[in-house]
Design a binder for this molecule. Structure first.
Ligand code: 9YT
Length: 131
């Protein structure tokens, strides 16, 4: 059994900061679960374009208000605590945080933890990460 807390992760390499978000990686590829589990805070007043070509991702909001827009259709869906969006089709999307959003994110395949977004807002596939 793996037991881990946000307190343990804080200040370690499992806490990853980008311009628009800070992500605490509770479970990563090395943990062998087949998915990764992240507690991510999207900073209020930001918009982030992402497109995970090599992963599916489910994102469950537990705090804050914002929206997600599917760039292919222009449709925008509101996000608040209790809303999940699941990118089952690797959709290109823009996540807008009106207030700070706290999101529980699950990636499959699991992230190894050292990925960075490319110019399209994607993470590289697992084979490129050598894990
Ligand atoms: C909601 C979302 O996908 N934000 C980007 C960061 C991601 N959750 C991560 O890398 O932990």
């Amino acid at each position: 059994m793996i037991i881990r807390t946000l307190t343990h992760i804080s200040g370690t390499d499992r806490e990853v900061r980008a311009d628009n978000w800070t992500s605490r990686r509770l479970l990563l590829r090395a943990d062998g679960m087949g998915f990764s589990l992240h507690d991510t805070v999207i900073h209020g007043g930001t918009s982030t374009r992402m497109c995970y070509r090599h992963h599916v991702e489910a994102v469950y909001c537990i705090e804050g208000k914002g929206s997600v827009t599917a760039t292919s259709t222009g449709e925008t869906f509101p996000i608040e605590a209790g809303t999940v969006y699941a990118l089952d089709g690797h959709e290109d999307h823009i996540l807008t945080a009106e207030t700070s959003l706290r999101m529980i994110c699950v990636f499959n395949p699991a992230l190894s933890g050292s990925e960075i977004h490319d110019e399209d807002g994607a993470y590289p596939p697992p084979e490129v990460m050598g894990t």
